[in-house]
Design a protein around this ligand. Structure first.
Ligand code: NAP
Length: 320
């Protein structure tokens, strides 16, 4: 971009997952010419999902990447601009807000933050290579693919046990591998999990390697108390050891929860006027394509209303 004027936008969206692209669609239809900075991953986490079967309107399911492309195309059809650019720094101390990116600097009258969250990884050999080939971080997305199969789950929190119980609908057996002998999950979930006939537990144990070529075959395990090593044959491995919201850039400038999620009210407003957050950056609970897209749409509607009001106020002030 060559001059400041070209970089001054009414609505700047950070992140191009379902929340960001839905926000862009709504802002574009309000003729606000939004710019979306994609960051590293166009389509967000959803683009990594092989098939999405719970997004309404696609009775046969839709590829995660394909759905992201459709979102993008629809937003662009109404005038949104999607830039393959990465934001590094934001200054929310005054409007227009300043965003420094790989390509330079943007000034934005409103910001919609949709930078998402990433599941925490085990960081063991084979995990990355076999993601999508048996290794998954989303039971709602991938549980169905393990119908009558043997599944292992790593984690001992609410997510791990809740998702493990969900997967028992499909899998023939579900084995929870946890690094301690006590669970962090709520007592109710623990009771349900322990009483479920399909559930098994391997405690005080960590996964040290995921083994397989085209698909997962075996896990290498280590007992953390005895040091004993063993293997566990499985068709799937679901990892639920927490999520990390991508909010590093906003620390100290926006109100956040203890877990680092941006706090929004029911209008997607953050603690800074004119700055909205939507999708997994602000949602530790639902983490679905449809809920993120809904939050994105709400954020854009609210940004549109804010711009109308603040522009009217500025015009009024100029007259008096
Ligand atoms: P969490 O409560 O932080 O639990 C993470 C689990 O993963 C812990 O058991 C932890 O073990 C284990 N873990 C972490 N790093 C690991 C590693 N490198 N290797 C092996 N295991 C590892 O995370 P969460 O279950 O995603 O829950 C996040 C928040 O959302 C919590 O506040 C939870 O209550 C809430 N939540 C609520 C519900 C619900 O109410 N229905 C559902 C889901 C989540 P240690 O225990 O040894 O640390």
């Amino acid at each position: 971009m060559s001059n400041d004027n070209e970089k001054h936008v009414k609505v700047l969206v950070l992140g191009a997952g379902p929340a960001g692209l839905a926000a862009a669609l709504y802002a574009a239809r309000a003729e606000l010419k939004p710019v979306v900075l994609t960051g590293m991953q166009l389509g967000g986490q959803a683009a990594l999902t092989h098939t999405i079967e719970n997004y309404p309107g696609f009775p046969e399911g839709v590829g995660g990447a394909q759905l992201g492309e459709l979102f993008q195309k629809q937003a662009e059809n109404f005038g949104a601009k999607v830039e393959f650019d990465m934001a590094h720094e934001v200054d929310l101390s005054q409007r227009p807000y300043k965003v420094t990116t790989d390509s330079g600097e943007y000034k934005a009258d409103t910001l919609i933050l949709t930078t998402g969250a990433n599941p925490t990884h085990l960081n063991v050999p084979g995990e990355v290579e076999l993601t999508g080939r048996g290794v998954s971080y989303c039971a709602t997305c991938d549980g169905w693919f393990f119908k009558d199969k043997k599944v292992a789950i790593v984690g001992g929190g609410d997510s791990a046990l809740e998702e493990a119980l969900f997967i028992t609908r499909y899998a023939s057996s579900v084995t929870v591998i946890h690094r301690r002998d006590e669970f962090r999950a709520s007592p109710v979930l623990q009771k349900r999990a322990k009483e479920h006939p399909k559930m098994n537990f391997i405690l005080d144990t960590v996964v040290t390697e995921v083994v397989g070529t085209d698909k997962i075959d075996t896990l290498k395990l280590k007992n953390v108390k005895t040091g004993a090593e063993s293997t566990f044959d499985t068709d799937g491995l679901f990892i639920f050891i927490g999520h990390v919201p991508n909010t590093q850039m906003f620390k100290g400038q926006l109100e956040m929860s203890d877990l680092g999620y941006v706090i929004v009210n029911d209008k997607m407003e953050t603690s800074v006027e004119g700055v909205y957050a939507a999708g997994e950056i602000a949602d530790p609970h639902f983490r679905q394509v449809i809920t993120s897209a809904g939050m994105g749409a709400a954020a854009a509607i609210q940004a549109t209303r804010f711009l109308e009001t603040s522009t009217a106020e500025l015009e009024e002030a100029a007259k008096s």
